[in-house]
Design a protein around this ligand. Structure first.
Ligand code: ADP
Length: 497
């Protein structure tokens, strides 16, 4: 019987279960949407029970409807939306509040208060992160502060915290409470130098340590599935990593200086920084890529908040296209953006600016401008932001990338990929495997159970890809980029409420 690895990719809006064979090829895939709730402006929450049920559903679908024999699964890897916070009762396993999703800003006041107290630098030094509601710590504190009796229960040791990986492993196994280094490094409670929960940060956020999961390697057998949750079988749960780190692993960026960019709702550019953390001076964050064989690999990350979402806005807001795919045809109908620039700060701007209050801005419009120029400007803005992050990475790391590996929904857009290569002046290598995140989780689990021997073997696997080469003359490339920077400066001046 042919054997497989199962990867669960629990994302913000959907859960995917993907079965991979020994060649790293997708053998079967099942997907289920997960709903989000917006109880107040800026708040984003999800039902943790629904998230777990979506995982169960996709696993059943693979077996029932896609002829995957559960006995053929040698190991399970989990990759997840990062930072999203769940707190549940240890005795009942029931969450005491909905999962607070990474994008949610209900904890902005807590962060502001800590900023006023001057905590920002200490946090950056210890965790590599920017003090921002995006990360888990302020979300945990908010639940303990606002839910009746929660703090007392937490102090008695009756509550457990987990990011989505922990929550799923707790359910899938016999209540193991674990996480991996990559997810721990996104909580803002984990000291990335000492590799432990940091007592000073726990005090600052008023969080009892008993709530926190044990931090493990990203690739090891954590435990077995509880048979009643996995077709009567005990299968090793053997890999965990946050989604962006898993994609870095899926791209096989095992060597220091290798990087990938994932073009989804936002864009996340991560570079393998080797075995020593680099604390950014350029508006990037430092994070743990993975822990493997007892060794930590660090990564530098540029988180761009609006990328594919700018294209969704062309469809839903401006209504100049019917589908996101159409953006390519429309943009192609003009030679260039005709001097139009879009700064897509729909939810403020992330790396390298971190400006909460910026708004999307269109500049350079003349009587000759039309919707095709705007579509082109939107696509180009994704590439410009990527170049800014890449330049920040060069400065922080003193390393120059010679090419960029890419994946994600918007990387299907040929025009965008060509422009990306043009504006970087570098080769762009696009993976044709659309499930790089899941593949990374499968690799981590497969290594732990001996399905693959080592990373050398993973490097020999043939994952189809296509390449884009720069064609734009140097002068034109630099003049376009200089104008983009001017556009950002103009947009920064206008910070409406
Ligand atoms: P996520 O995992 O963040 O949901 P995906 O990797 O599924 O993202 O990609 C979806 C995003 O990619 C959407 O924001 C969508 O607008 C964008 N997108 C998908 N296809 C295209 C395309 N052909 N051209 C431009 N953008 C696209």
């Amino acid at each position: 019987m042919e054997e497989y690895i199962l990867a669960i990719d629990q994302g913000t809006t959907s859960t995917r279960a993907v079965v991979f064979d020994r060649q790293g090829k997708v053998r079967a895939m099942s997907q289920r949407e997960v709903s989000l709730n917006y109880p107040k402006p800026g708040w984003v929450e999800a039902d943790a029970a629904e998230i777990w049920i979506s995982v169960v559903y996709t696993m059943i679908d693979l077996v029932r409807n896609q002829q995957i024999d559960p006995k053929a699964i040698c190991g399970i890897g989990i990759t997840n939306q990062r930072e999203t916070t769940v707190i549940w009762d240890k005795r009942t396993g029931v969450p005491i509040y909905p999962a607070i999703v990474w994008q949610s800003v209900q904890t902005a006041d807590i962060c502001q208060e800590l900023r006023t107290e001057g905590a920002e630098e200490l946090i950056l030094k210890k965790t590599g992160l920017k003090l921002n509601p995006y990360f888990s710590a302020s979300k945990i504190r908010w639940i303990l502060d606002t839910q009746e009796g929660a703090r007392e229960k937490a102090e008695r040791g009756d509550l457990l915290f987990g990011t989505i990986d922990s929550w799923l492993v707790y359910r899938m196994t016999n209540q193991l409470h674990v996480t991996d280094y990559s997810n721990a490094s996104r909580t803002m409670l984990f000291n990335i130098h000492t590799l432990s929960w940091d007592p000073e940060l726990l005090r600052m956020f008023r969080i009892p340590e008993t709530m926190l999961p044990e931090v493990k390697n990203s690739s090891e057998i954590y435990g077995m599935t509880a048979p009643y949750h996995f077709f009567g079988l005990e299968v090793p749960v053997a890999g965990i990593a946050g989604d962006q780190q898993a994609a870095l692993f899926g791209h096989r960026c095992f060597a220091k200086g290798k990087a990938k960019n994932t073009y989804g709702t936002g864009c996340f550019l991560l570079m393998n920084a080797g075995d020593t953390p680099i604390i950014s001076e350029q508006g990037l964050v430092t994070t743990i890529g993975w822990g493997l064989d007892g060794k930590i690999t660090y990564a530098l990350e540029g988180s761009i908040f609006s990328a594919g979402s700018a294209i969704q806005w062309l469809r839903d807001g401006l209504q100049i296209i019917d589908s996101v795919g159409e953006s390519e045809e429309l943009a192609e109908s003009v030679e260039d953006s005709g001097g139009v620039y879009m700064v897509p700060a729909f939810t403020g701007m992330g790396a390298p600016y971190w400006e909460d209050k910026m708004k999307c801005t269109l500049l350079g419009i003349t009587r000759g401008s039309n919707k095709a120029h705007i579509a082109r400007a939107a696509l180009e803005s994704i590439a410009y932001q990527t170049r800014e992050v890449m330049e920040a990475m060069h400065k922080d790391s003193q390393m120059k990338l010679s090419s960029l590996a890419v994946d994600g929904g918007a990387s299907k857009n040929q025009l965008l990929m060509q422009f990306q290569s043009d504006i970087l002046g570098k080769k762009v290598i696009r993976s044709e495997c659309v499930e790089m995140t899941a593949l990374g989780a499968a690799f981590l689990a497969g290594l732990a159970v001996g399905f693959w021997e080592n990373t050398k073997e993973l490097e020999t696997l043939k994952i189809p890809e296509s390449s884009f080469f720069p064609t734009l003359p140097e002068e034109e490339k630099e003049s376009k980029f200089a104008k983009w920077k001017m556009a950002v400066q103009a947009a920064r001046v206008f910070q409406g409420e």
